[in-house]
Design a binder for this molecule. Structure first.
Ligand code: DSN
Length: 429
């Protein structure tokens, strides 16, 4: 009789009780094995994390916080959640952590609920220029119930800081609008974020400073990107991108009053029962990220991204800001071919087994369903063990696909080469 953990790994019960879902999972496993995952926000989490997430901890309600629950039977859940909190605090060098947000969006919503009143003004970058849906999109609660004002990037390509945050403009905007909250942290920004500079602006205009480090959390944890602490009042993140844990969210602060407000905003403000199996997975992920080997991993993510940027630049591709300091690059396809859209590029690459996403670029003139950009990331490839020589191969595979302009024969040849490269770097099971 397999244990529950064995069952999670082998899916024997699922195969018997629900062959349809079993087969879909096996097919997805095959897809992941045979393709190259280059979506900057995705990764391959460890078997240990997946075992925790697939465990019996899914069975319990634990509304409340460790030792202050609304249900009986939470002894081991208290221990799990407290360990996740302690590890998160150690990893990010902060005083308070709430590990209950179901996602990055939930974490951001809870912070808004904790710190703002409906109609309050806050500052962020717009989604189409690298921000996030929850940083003020008109279709999201953050844009419907609050008043975002958006700061720009540097658009002048003659400037050395082209494509970077325009910090002078951030300051001017904040002095003009006096936002209650200033948000930094992005989903398609490839440069170092200057947290001290943001803090100086926040202090000058009387705002609280929040960093959403969802994309760069693993790099921050490893010291490969500067830490938002002690500069930011609140830090939110996901746990599944560069941090390589289960899908989930996390909120951190050094301020005890803010911590109390945030705890109340997560539960009972915006969530009910925490997902304790996922919190166990977060604890495992934080434990993994505290190991020295994670620093090597994070350094290699950035080294791989820099090589990818250099190779694609040499092949004639335009990259927003001219390169990268982190795990992602954003191609401006208009620089290669005015007719080439992100939609077409992502489709051809998917046919070739290279999984990316179309992405809007600064000063975008196409819709988000079409776009002029393509976002590429190296976290998942780095997890599989690809290093600089293989990243050069990947750049070549991308170029052959895009240069073919969708030619089926060329794409079929690239697909075979992609499968062969993927075969040499199996995912951990
Ligand atoms: N959807 C995520 C991304 O791809 O960046 C952000 O939430």
């Amino acid at each position: 009789m397999p244990t529950q953990l064995d069952a999670a790994a082998t899916l024997t019960h699922l195969a018997q009780s629900d062959p349809d879902i079993y087969q879909m999972i096996r097919s997805e496993e095959e897809r992941q094995e045979t393709t190259l995952e280059m979506i900057a926000s995705e990764n391959h989490t460890s078997p240990a994390v997946m075992e925790a997430v697939g465990s019996c901890l899914t069975n319990k309600y634990c509304e409340g916080y460790p030792t202050k629950r609304y249900y009986s039977g939470c002894t081991y859940y208290d221990a799990v959640e407290q360990l996740a909190i302690d590890r998160a605090k150690k990893l990010f060098n902060c005083q308070f952590a709430n590990v209950q947000p179901h996602s990055g969006a939930s974490a951001n919503t809870a912070v808004f609920f904790a710190l703002l009143e409906p109609g309050d003004v806050y500052a962020s970058i717009v989604l189409s220029e690298g921000g996030h849906l929850t940083h003020g999109s008109p279709v999201n609660l953050s844009g419907k119930w609050f008043k975002p004002v958006h700061y720009p990037l540097v658009y002048d390509e003659k400037r050395p800081d082209w494509g970077h945050i325009d910090y002078d403009a951030v300051r001017a905007l904040c002095l003009q609008h006096k936002p209650k909250l200033l948000i930094c942290g992005y989903s398609a920004y490839s440069r170092i974020i200057d947290f001290p500079r943001f803090r100086a602006i926040a202090d000058e205009c009387g705002a609280l400073l929040m960093a959403d480090i969802a994309h760069i959390a693993g790099l921050v944890a490893a010291g490969v990107h500067p830490s938002p602490f002690p500069h930011c009042h609140v830090v939110t993140t996901t746990t599944h991108k560069t941090l390589r844990g289960p899908r989930g969210g996390l909120i951190m602060t050094n301020d005890p009053d803010l911590a109390t407000k945030i705890d109340k905003a997560v539960f009972p403000g915006t969530q009910g029962g925490p997902l304790m199996h996922v919190i166990a997975g977060k604890a495992v992920c934080f434990g993994e990220a505290l190991r020295p080997s994670f620093k090597d991993y994070a350094k290699q993510i950035v080294a791989n991204a820099k090589v990818l940027a250099a190779e694609l630049t040499a092949k004639g591709y335009g990259i927003i800001s001219g390169g990268t300091d982190n795990h992602l690059i954003l191609l401006d396809l208009r620089k290669t071919d005015k007719e080439l859209t992100g939609k077409a590029a992502a489709l051809w690459l998917e046919q070739a087994g290279i999984i990316t996403n179309k992405n809007t670029v600064p000063k975008e003139d196409r819709t988000p369903f079409v776009t002029s950009g393509l976002r590429l990331g190296t976290p998942a490839l780095t997890t599989r063990g690809l290093r600089e020589p293989q990243i050069r191969q990947v750049a070549d595979l991308i170029h052959r696909t895009l240069a073919s302009r969708g030619d089926e024969k060329t794409i079929a040849v690239v697909r075979a080469d992609v499968a062969e490269l993927a075969r040499q770097f199996p995912m951990a099971h």
